[in-house]
Design a protein around this ligand. Sequence first.
Ligand code: PGA
Length: 241
Amino acid sequence: MVQTLKWIEAKSYEEMSEIAANIFKEQLQNNKKSVLGLATGGTPEGFYAKMVEAYKAGEISFAEAKSFNLDEYIGIEPSNKASYHYYMDEQLFNHVDMKREDIHVPAGDPSQVEKNTDQYDQMIEEAGGIDIQLLGIGVNGHIGFNEPGTSFESYTNVVELTESTREANKIYFDSIEDVPTHAITMGIKTILNAKKVVLLISGQSKQEAYDRLRSGEVTEDFPASALHKHPDVTVIYCDVK
Ligand code: PGA
């Protein structure tokens, strides 16, 4: 099949973060009302640091931008350090001028989840759609928390996390038992609806996922392969082959 993904090899984690931040900076400079799709995890931490730096240097403003995060664990409070609400506040929102009402992270509160799954895609649509979506990739090829086997037609929904994902994420919890079993995530279709996608891949643990994505195979067993169906994806990678 025709490979449409654009691949950029970075020499280091620092460079990967910088290239990604430059793409987002340009997006915000060209359209200050941009709708940003944001991701959590270890991989984008350097990216967020660069975005905060750029904001503090007066290069960009988030005052008119909106954001939608990919996912959240179900059943842990936003005040829990392992929650993605907490992560986003720490990494970005507490340091920049985006208005609180323009920040959206799916609710992990069990009483809100149903309402959120119904409304999240609609809220994105009403905001004009995501202009640029940041993604990481799981060791099993997940994007957001869309685990292997997820339909490419899926919208925001509740998912059960695989053991490999819970294992990979247990570093953020006291023990594996504390890692939630379920999450709320944008679906694959939600992600494919973004106008532009930037995927970051960093480190040896992602080697297999990188190789599989690079092979061009498209299968629901490997969620990231849905990106081959998207016309504007940039993959920035480091410390993989
Ligand atoms: P990581 O997570 O950046 O912490 O490796 C990526 C993901 O699971 O999507």
